[in-house]
Ligand binder design. Structure first.
Ligand SMILES: Cc1cc2nc3c(=O)[nH]c(=O)nc-3n(C[C@H](O)[C@H](O)[C@H](O)COP(=O)(O)O)c2cc1C
Length: 279
């Protein structure tokens, strides 16, 4: 028997629900609920017309003030793709994916339009301008992933390119005002992949006022649900040399360990050097 929307919601959160029990798992909502990141691909290339369709759908995302502050770099030069993959050897799908691209925030265009082409002042070198461009790029990235999945493709966003942002900007000739939000590997999946369980809406959805009073208890239950579905093998525990093996391990311990070391402190200084005052 085909699944229902309710079953897809249960797959996503590991919690029972009656919402969508009468709805077949079809259409856009079902596709969003079934989303999964794919890191292994068949060697088949992404056909040019499929890429054009997916890009057009992605670029249909809403945009702050209709400013359309996105720039997408298709890395078609395999040598450049290999160079980027070489910086990040623990993610081999970057070098081998049939398609690699980089989604950028682009604040340069509006600055050029204002100053160079329309001769207007631009007294807006603000953090908000940076965030608008980052959000626009993120929305286009999500639209690309959704459209790609609808066309049978699989994707993996790659924020780790920001660890190498100076080299990346040089390699792709990203001028001041244009900054990478994430790379994206794309291809036809060679494996089914799996659903990554999300935090319960009890933690992420608030009514009328923000309230995280239930964090500790909800988190413990989430860690247990998630580990019951996909147990983290001891070999996958993070920074064992520093923290040893923890039992039980879980998402919260993993994330606490992940951010117990400095990560990507190069990015803020890069952005400030790269055309943003962030006032
Ligand atoms: C902005 C962004 C950056 C990401 N960067 C990476 C990355 O560098 N490497 C990677 O393997 N996955 C990356 N991911 C994928 C996440 O790990 C993945 O979305 C998350 O584990 C949830 O899994 P799911 O997408 O299958 O639901 C990124 C996702 C996003 C949205």
């Amino acid at each position: 028997m085909r699944k229902t929307i309710a079953e897809l919601i249960e797959d996503r959160f590991g919690l029972p629900t009656t919402a969508g029990a009468a709805l077949p798992a079809e259409g856009t909502v079902a596709q969003l609920l079934a989303h999964r990141t794919h890191r292994r691909y068949k060697p088949d290339p992404v056909p040019a017309d499929v890429l054009e369709i997916v890009l057009a759908a992605a670029l249909s995302a809403p945009s702050k003030s209709d400013l359309q502050q996105v720039g997408v770099v298709l890395v078609k030069d395999r040598a450049k793709q290999a160079t980027i993959g070489g910086w990040i050897p623990d993610m081999p799908w970057i070098a081998t994916a049939p398609l690699f691209m980089v989604f950028c925030g682009d604040n340069r265009r509006i600055r050029r339009i204002a100053g160079e082409l329309r001769h207007r002042p631009f007294p807006n070198d603000t953090l908000d301008m940076f965030m608008n461009a980052a959000v626009d790029a993120g929305l286009v990235l999500q639209g690309f992933i959704t459209a790609a999945e609808a066309m049978g493709l699989g994707c993996c966003p790659i924020s780790v390119v920001r660890n190498h942002v100076e080299k990346l900007a040089e390699l792709l000739e990203l001028p001041a005002g244009v900054f990478p939000v994430a790379g994206l590997t794309v291809g036809y999946p060679s494996q089914a992949g799996w659903i990554s369980m999300r935090l319960p809406p009890a933690l992420t959805v608030h009514t009328d006022r923000y309230d995280d009073g239930g964090l500790a208890a909800q988190l413990d239950a989430y860690d247990r649900r998630r580990e019951a579905r996909h147990a983290t093998p001891p070999a996958s525990q993070r920074f064992v040399d520093r923290y040893g093996l923890t039992e039980p391990y879980g998402w919260s311990e993993d994330k606490a360990r992940q951010y117990s070391v400095p990560e990507r402190h190069n990015f803020g200084p890069f952005i400030r050097r790269h055309g943003f005052g962030l006032a």
